[in-house]
Design a protein around this ligand. Structure first.
Ligand code: UDP
Ligand code: MG
Length: 354
């Protein structure tokens, strides 16, 4: 007989049963949303009727979010709680959840009830049509227009143009992924907004469906206009990486070679002037000499920069497994983790086994 947990759903923890869905939810100062969100998600996942896990990441909350999550953990075996040692940001929280998740399908959402868990079955169904990633498009947002919706529109347009990926809403964190897609992702900074772009480096079936968004009922948004600049920088990095990460020499090298060739050509002309025509180069062609010298130096520098970039990108690829967060406590019934674990130096180094 299947074990039942208090809410009547099949227990996920009969060891060996593969988990179908992992729901990843970062939370910072969301104490008032913990309980209602859990109820909403649990109802929806129960109706889907396949083994699932809920992974909550407490991203250094200053309120009672962690205590509330702990009380969920005690009641519901589907729940896993990762408590960060400090606030690392939403991107790091998502990464931690992705690293921890074992489901075949990973669903990320916010912890503030702005997204509607009732859209999960639609996301999942779309994924089942053969996509690698399905993103929730916030068709009707209620955020402030000037500080939130306008920058987001501009960013979305730019990202779509630069990346060539025809999505309408890159900033939405409500997405379903095939597990393999998430396994490839390494995020830094505020990059969770560019997940589709990064994922598209390895996977090409991306899709988008409209989802319901609601105004925040409890608590405040953690973001304002100030993040727009950070996003703009991330955007530049992404646009650059997207094209040249693997071959930085292609970007710099091309210009370097052109400058070098023109410089050498001019020098050849000057040499001919000096030795065959006996023209005084300094007197007659001073500026030209300057230009050719400049071009040669610039060319050599560009090519070296490109080569340097190549070295750095090698290092990047080799160090992709670098951790961007640190965990204080894990509460989970997963036997492979031998938990709960109190703070220990080892836990910082620990990678979740896949
Ligand atoms: N969040 C987080 N760490 C942070 C900031 C936000 O884990 O440093 C979580 C937050 O609790 C929420 C989600 O990320 O679950 C989205 O944040 P928020 O609702 O403030 O962003 P908005 O919806 O306004 O873009
Ligand atoms: Mg929100």
């Amino acid at each position: 007989m299947k074990k039942r947990c208090p809410n009547g759903n099949p227990s996920p923890e009969s060891e060996g049963t593969p988990i179908r869905y992992s729901i990843v939810i970062p939370m910072r100062d969301e104490e008032g949303n913990v309980e209602p969100l859990w109820r909403e998600v649990t109802e929806v996942m129960g109706a889907l009727g396949e083994p699932y896990e809920l992974i909550f990441i407490d991203d250094g909350s200053a309120d009672r979010t962690y205590e509330r999550l702990l009380s969920l953990y005690e009641r519901d075996p589907h729940v896993h709680v990762l408590r960060f040692s400090k606030n690392f940001g939403q991107t790091a929280a998502l990464m931690a959840g992705f690293d921890f998740a074992r489901g075949e399908i990973i669903i990320a959402m916010d912890g503030d009830l702005q997204y509607d868990a009732r859209d999960i079955p639609r996301l999942v169904r779309k994924l089942g049509e053969g996509y690698d990633l399905v993103s929730g498009w916030r068709a009707k947002r209620s955020d402030a227009w000037l500080t939130r919706r306008l920058p987001s529109r501009v960013a979305n347009w730019l990202v779509a143009r630069l990346s060539g990926i025809p999505l309408r809403d890159f900033g939405s964190t409500f997405k379903a992924y095939r597990r393999e897609v998430v396994a490839e992702l390494r995020l830094y900074g505020e990059q969770h907004r560019f997940i589709p772009v990064l994922a598209a480096q390895w996977w090409n079936r991306l899709s988008e469906i409209p989802v319901n968004v609601r105004p925040r009922q409890w608590g405040r948004s953690k973001y304002g206009l100030s993040r727009t600049l950070r996003v703009a920088f991330d955007l530049m990095t992404i646009a650059f990486l997207q094209r040249y990460l693997a071959q930085p020499l292609r970007l710099f090298g091309g210009w370097g070679v052109i400058a070098l060739l023109i410089g050498l050509g001019l020098d050849g002309y000057l040499l001919e002037e000096k030795f065959l025509r006996r023209v005084s180069i300094m007197g007659e062609h001073g500026p030209l000499l300057l230009l050719s010298t400049l071009l040669i130096i610039t060319g050599v520098q560009f090519i070296s920069l490109g080569l340097l970039g190549e070295i750095i990108s090698r290092t990047y690829y080799e160090s992709r497994r670098k951790q961007i967060y640190s965990i204080r406590q894990i509460h989970s019934r997963r036997s492979d983790l031998a938990l709960p674990v109190e703070t220990s130096p080892q836990i910082r180094e620990r990678r979740f086994p896949p």
